[in-house]
Design a binder for this molecule. Structure first.
Ligand SMILES: [Zn+2]
Length: 261
């Protein structure tokens, strides 16, 4: 069913220079996610040409929420979780140079947002990648607009705000919706989406288990990282450790402490 959704891939010379792009989607006359600040002109053109009746935002990161202020300026209503809106208004401190260079800079949100009730689409909380992450679910058509929930089965690096335990639970939750089509904001269509989500959850649980076991034996974060996840690669260097394997282990340890009270 080709008119179930439309995928629009956004990139700039800066983002493509480092191999990054992000997708936004049109579904039932509504826009899902808003692209990154550096894609403002392309998004403005899209709004003019396609005139979406509303916009739905998956999470606070600048490659998804980067043009929320533009949407608000154009008077288009927006469905966004309260936690996401709060994060956008607060702004994110210390956004690394690699992110600013790739996507452009997102200023803290000051616009008033016109609330929106999506038609035939539902925001489903799926925390983990970020605390405010939601997927957008078209239950009737079986299409899951997964934002950054999936990204890949074995993603060994994490940002400081990630929670791998919550991510594993969210991947299982999304798989249980039994999506017919899984759309990843960076990878596009993911074949066998439900199975891919379950494989991701299983890999996360196994990896977290191996980390927990070593935490229990008193290992250091660095020793656990090299034993369980292997050596850091270029992205850790480029992002100055913002996106790293060590952060994955730290996140597991932080939530282990929380679980233990
Ligand atoms: Zn993200």
């Amino acid at each position: 069913m080709p008119d179930d959704f439309e995928l629009i891939r956004l990139q700039s010379w800066r983002s493509s220079a480092v191999g990054y792009s992000v997708c936004v989607f049109l579904a039932r006359g509504q826009l899902i996610d808003t692209g990154f600040p550096g894609a403002r002109r392309a998004v403005a053109r899209l709004l003019e040409e396609r005139r979406p009746r509303g916009v739905v935002v998956t999470h606070q990161h600048e490659d998804h929420a980067g043009n929320v202020a533009l949407i608000a300026e154009r008077g288009i209503p927006i469905a966004v979780a309260r936690v996401t809106e709060e994060a956008l208004r607060a702004g994110e401190a210390n956004v690394g140079l690699y992110r600013r260079a790739c996507w452009g800079v997102m200023a803290p949100l000051t616009s008033t947002l016109e609330p929106y009730e999506p038609a035939g689409l539902e925001l489903v909380a799926t925390p983990g990648h970020s605390p405010d992450h939601h997927v957008v679910w078209d239950a009737e058509r079986g299409i899951l607009f997964a934002g950054d929930l999936f990204l890949g089965v074995k993603v060994r690096v994490a940002r400081p705000m990630e929670d791998p335990r919550a991510l594993a639970a969210s991947a299982r939750h999304a798989a249980a919706l039994r999506p017919r089509v899984l759309l990843d904001a960076h990878r596009g269509i993911v074949p066998n989406g439900a199975e891919a989500l379950l494989a991701k959850a299983a890999w996360l649980e196994e990896t977290i288990g191996a980390i927990d076991e070593r935490i229990g034996r008193g290992w250091s974060d660095r020793a656990i990282t090299s034993a369980v996840l292997g050596r850091e690669d270029a992205i850790a260097l480029v992002s100055r450790g913002d996106l790293s394997r060590l952060n994955f282990v730290r996140a597991v340890r932080a939530t282990a402490a929380r679980r233990a009270g």
